[in-house]
Design a protein around this ligand. Structure first.
Ligand code: 13P
Length: 245
């Protein structure tokens, strides 16, 4: 399986900067860019031409209704998105998204025909207490439970293992630990859903210098990259390394 690089641009770039960087990202590997909501419309036309996948960073769990400020998965699909990040730790921490809410979003995304990029990962204290695997298993159970009937055979699910303590800290998870977590995640998923199209990505302080140490492992199907994907030179060099795998 070729490796997948997903860029999470978070709230780093303006729509103007997003269009500029998107245009510069040559198709070095199978790449997906998740921009801010308000840049998606402009990026959609560029995405069609370039073959780069377009994704949002969140969606709501319903398609229509009285939900002030929320974004419908159906509208993201209509706009040309193929992917949506759900359950990012920044949404769980700052906006108090619960495992249950994340589960509803995963299902809504799949029903709308989007590929969910489900983020899971333990925080620092959970890791210190030896509870990293248990926490990630719990997140997977909530997010994927009862999904069987919602899935079509050709649909994909992407899981991003993003230990919270490694996000934006420069303290990337060592590849051996990441591999162990990816193995556990793949075993757990096989018990929860029957779908074959699953990728597990690593995320947390990935850059052009350390990307190879993750991608060289068969258990790691790609990376979800935050800060490093917003800097043109670093991202281009990261994509050039990824293209070798
Ligand atoms: P950084 O790559 O900036 O650590 O962010 C990772 C992340 O949160 C991607 O979703």
């Amino acid at each position: 399986m070729s490796k997948l690089i997903v860029a999470n641009w978070k709230m780093y770039l303006s729509p103007k900067d997003s269009v500029e960087l998107f245009g510069a990202v040559a198709k070095k590997s199978k790449t997906v860019i998740c921009s801010s909501f308000i840049a998606l419309n402009q990026l959609s036309a560029l995405a069609k031409k370039s073959g780069i996948g377009l994704g949002a960073q969140d969606c709501f769990w319903d398609n229509r209704g009285a939900y002030t400020g929320e974004v419908s998965p159906l509208d993201l699909k209509d706009l040309g998105c193929e992917y949506v990040i759900v359950g990012h730790s920044e949404r769980r921490n700052y906006f108090k998204e619960t495992d249950k809410m994340v589960g509803k979003k995963v299902k809504a995304a799949l029903v709308a025909g989007l590929t969910p990029i489900l983020c899971v990962g333990e925080n620092e204290s959970e890791r210190k207490k030896g509870k990293a695997s248990a926490r990630v298993e719990e997140q997977l159970e909530y997010a994927l439970d009862g999904l069987g009937k919602k899935l079509r055979a050709e649909q994909w699910i992407i899981i991003a293992y993003e230990p919270v303590w490694a996000i934006g800290t420069g303290n990337a998870c060592d590849p051996e630990t990441a591999v162990k977590m990816h193995q556990m995640i793949k075993e757990k998923i096989a018990k929860l859903i029957s779908v074959k199209n699953v990728r597990v990505l690593y995320g947390g302080s990935v850059d052009d210098k350390n990307i190879a140490s993750y991608l060289k492992n068969t258990e790691i199907d790609g990376a979800l990259v935050g800060g490093a994907s917003t800097k043109k030179d670093v991202f281009m060099s990261l994509l050039a390394v990824a293209a070798k795998f």
